[in-house]
Design a protein around this ligand. Sequence first.
Ligand SMILES: N[C@@H](CCC(=O)N[C@@H](CS)C(=O)NCC(=O)O)C(=O)O
Length: 273
Amino acid sequence: MSTAGFQPTAWAVSSTIKHLGANLRLHHNAVIPSNCFNHFRHRRIPSRSLRVSMSLAPSSSPLEICVKASVTIPNKLGDCPFCQRVLLTLEEKHLPYDLKLVDLTNKPEWFLKINADGKVPVIKLDEKWVADSDIITQSLEEKYPNPPLGTPPEKASVGSKIFSTFIGFLKSKDPNDGTEQALLNELSSFNDYLKENGPFINGKEISAADLSLGPKLHHLEIALGHYKKWTVPDSLPYLKSYMKDIFSRESFIKTRAAPEDAIEGWRPKVEGS
Ligand SMILES: N[C@@H](CCC(=O)N[C@@H](CS)C(=O)NCC(=O)O)C(=O)O
């Protein structure tokens, strides 16, 4: 299925994001963000009225990727940490991609045809739709090895219990049930790990494990800040600086969830529905 083959609804919009000034293509309802095109800036392009394709440097055609749409801002990327993980991988590898925003509260037929499980992210690789961020990031590493982002197997699970312990604490209604301490234990051992081995999980360079953990820590910060008035303690300075480093990367800023979406996304877990 090609980009043009989609019948975009308000929530199924295609907007191509390009990197390093390589290409710029605009599709339905896209807002041109680049300073290079001041006469177009912030002007909403009427549906189907404009398709700009401009090549400043050779690059492969964009990879099509289905991701969660925002529930608070029309035509914006939503708050799925697994989608962000894949988008970060694409950004860090400087691979062009074409976002298909999917309304997960009302999944379109075209999306369910692509992935009957109804989960995002899903990416098209070699004419096949591939689901699951673990499989996608591994496939991207094999297909596009440069720059290398692989994390050595012995380090790949560092920090991997943080997300589940965060969810346990977020859902907890009893302040004495040990879920806060369980999270603190995980964060604290990660802080110690970074002190010895950092600044990233694999040392000096960012790698796949950081691109998986970064979005989860972003959700942790937003959701616990909002629902529990809880912040990462100052006694964990290596973790704090790790978060700051990852959150301030260009790739992260481009692909991160809006706080309003993350708050809405976690509400059912907090309210137990
Ligand atoms: N293991 C999957 C998890 C993906 C996942 O749970 N995605 C959520 C959004 S964050 C989803 O698509 N939920 C829709 C649903 O379950 O109906 C991965 O790593 O890609």
